[in-house]
Design a binder for this molecule. Structure first.
Ligand code: SAM
Length: 395
C-alpha cells in the first residue's frame, strides 16, 4: 500500500484506539488473558467516551453544545417526490408551516444575481464576498425539501401514497441533501452513487431530473433490498435510467474508469448520532473494533475509486455523517495523494463556502473546515453531522 495510506492508517489507529502500551502507566496495564475483567461499557457509552476525548480537542468550546444536540431528538426534512403530485404535496407541507429550504436558498442566490427582483429577500452582506457576482445556482436543480423553521421541533406525519400510487415525500435528515445539491448534477449527466443504500441520496439524485443514467451501487444485500424498495415506492416503473449493482465500490476504478460526469461517495463512517443513541448495529460494539479502526482506510479506498470512475473534468462529492476530521478532511487529503502519486491524476478541492451562506438559515456550519463543509448539530437546528467536500478531476 501507498505511503500516504499507511500514514493515514497509523494516524487512524492513534486516534481511534487506546494509547500505545508504552504510553499507559505500568500500574494500569493488564495482560490480554485478564481482558474479561475489563469494564464492559455499552457501545453507546464507548462511543460517547471516544467522542469526548477526540471531539473536545477538535471542537474546543463548541463540543458541549454539539454533544447535547447529538443526544437530543433530531430534526427531519421532507424531500418532495417530483414523480408524484408534487404541487399538492408542497401546499400540504406549507399548511404545516414548513418551508422549502432549497427554494429559500435559491431566492437568496437570485437576489445576488438580479438585485432588482422584488420577490427575493435581501442578501446578508457576507454573501456578497462568498458568492461570485451574478452566480448561477451552484447546486443540483429541481429539489424541494421542507423543514420546520429554527427552533420548531414539530414532526412531519408519515408519507402517504398519492393517486399515482407513489409516496409523496421522503423523510430524511435535511442536511443529507447537501451532498446531493453540492454534486451540481446537470442535464444529461451520467451519475454514479457508489455507496447508495438505503437510498435517500439516490432518490435525491433522480429527483433532479437530470440523470441521463444513474448507477446506484451498494455492497450489502439487505441495504440493496431497501434501496430497491425506495425506488419502487417513489419512482415510476417506466423511469429506466437507474441501474442497481451490488459490487465492492473499491473496485470501481477497474470496473468503469474515467466514465462518469458526477460521482457521489457517501461512505460508511462512525455514524456519530446513531452511535451515541442506538445499541443495535453500533460500530462501537467490541466485536467491531477492527472494522472501526479500518474505517479511514476503507474511506480513502472508496473515494480514490470514485475519483478514478469520474471522467477528467468531472466532479465527485465525498460525504459522511461523522464529525471526525480523521474520517473527513484527512480522507480527502489521503485520496488526493494516492491519485497524484499512483495514477498521476490531479484533483482539486472546490470551494463550497458559498453553501455556508446560502443555507445559513437552516443549518449551523462549522466555520473552521480547511477542506469541505461540515454541518454541526445544534439545538435550534438539530441536523447532521454532515460533512461534504466537492472534488474536481483536472486530469
Ligand atoms: N447514500 C446512502 C443514503 O443516502 O441512503 C447512505 C450510505 S451509508 C452512509 C454507506 C453505505 O456504504 C452502507 O450502506 C454500506 O453498506 C455501504 N458500503 C460499505 N462498504 C462498501 C463498499 N466497499 N462498497 C460499496 N458500498 C459499501
Amino acid at each position: 500500500m501507498m505511503e500516504a495510506s499507511w500514514r493515514l492508517l497509523a494516524e487512524a489507529r492513534r486516534l481511534l484506539r487506546r494509547p500505545a502500551p508504552g504510553l499507559i502507566p505500568r500500574r494500569l496495564r493488564h495482560k490480554k488473558k485478564w481482558a474479561s475483567t475489563e469494564p464492559k461499557f455499552s457501545p453507546t457509552r464507548l462511543a460517547l467516551q471516544n467522542f469526548d476525548v477526540n471531539y473536545k480537542v477538535q471542537f474546543g468550546d463548541l463540543w458541549p453544545s454539539i454533544r447535547v444536540s447529538l443526544l437530543s431528538e433530531r430534526k427531519y426534512g421532507a424531500l418532495v417526490n417530483n414523480f408524484s403530485t408534487w404541487d399538492k404535496t408542497a401546499s400540504e407541507l406549507e399548511q404545516l408551516e414548513a418551508k422549502d429550504f432549497v427554494m429559500e436558498a435559491q431566492r437568496r442566490g437570485r437576489r445576488k444575481a438580479f438585485p432588482e427582483d422584488p420577490s427575493a429577500p435581501a442578501l446578508p452582506p457576507e454573501l456578497e464576498t462568498h458568492c461570485p457576482p451574478a452566480a448561477p445556482w451552484p447546486c443540483s436543480p429541481n429539489l424541494r425539501c421542507y423543514t420546520f423553521t429554527r427552533g420548531d421541533v414539530s414532526r412531519f406525519p408519515p408519507s402517504r401514497a398519492s393517486s399515482l400510487g407513489l409516496l409523496d415525500y421522503y423523510l430524511l435528515d435535511a442536511s443529507s441533501l447537501l451532498p446531493v445539491l453540492a454534486l451540481d448534477v446537470q442535464p444529461g449527466d451520467a451519475v454514479l452513487d457508489l455507496c447508495a443504500g438505503p437510498g435517500g441520496k439516490t432518490l435525491g439524485l433522480l429527483l433532479t431530473g437530470c440523470c441521463r443514467h444513474l448507477t446506484a451501487n451498494e455492497i450489502s444485500g439487505s441495504r440493496t433490498r431497501r434501496l430497491k424498495q425506495v425506488l419502487q415506492h417513489y419512482v415510476p416503473q417506466d423511469v429506466s435510467q437507474v441501474r442497481v449493482t451490488s459490487q465492492d465500490g473499491r473496485k470501481w476504478g477497474d470496473l468503469e474508469r474515467d466514465t462518469y460526469d458526477r460521482v457521489l461517495v457517501d461512505v460508511p463512517c462512525t455514524t456519530d448520532r446513531h452511535s451515541v443513541l442506538e445499541e443495535d448495529n453500533n460500530i462501537f460494539q467490541r466485536s467491531r473494533k477492527a472494522e472501526r479502526q479500518m474505517l479511514p482506510m476503507l474511506q480513502v479506498q472508496l473515494l480514490a475509486a470514485g475519483l478514478l470512475a469520474t471522467r477528467p473534468g468531472g466532479t465527485a462529492v465525498y460525504s459522511t455523517c461523522t464529525l471526525s476530521h480523521l474520517q473527513n478532511e484527512y480522507v480527502v487529503g489521503g485520496a488526493i495523494d494516492i491519485l497524484a502519486s499512483q495514477y498521476q491524476i490531479q484533483v482539486q478541492v472546490e470551494d463550497l463556502s458559498c453553501f455556508r451562506h446560502l443555507f445559513q438559515d437552516t443549518f449551523s456550519f462549522f466555520p473552521s473546515c480547511r477542506t469541505g463543509e461540515l454541518v454541526l448539530p445544534v439545538l435550534w437546528a438539530n441536523f447532521g453531522p454532515m460533512y461534504f467536500c466537492r472534488l474536481r478531476r483536472l486530469t
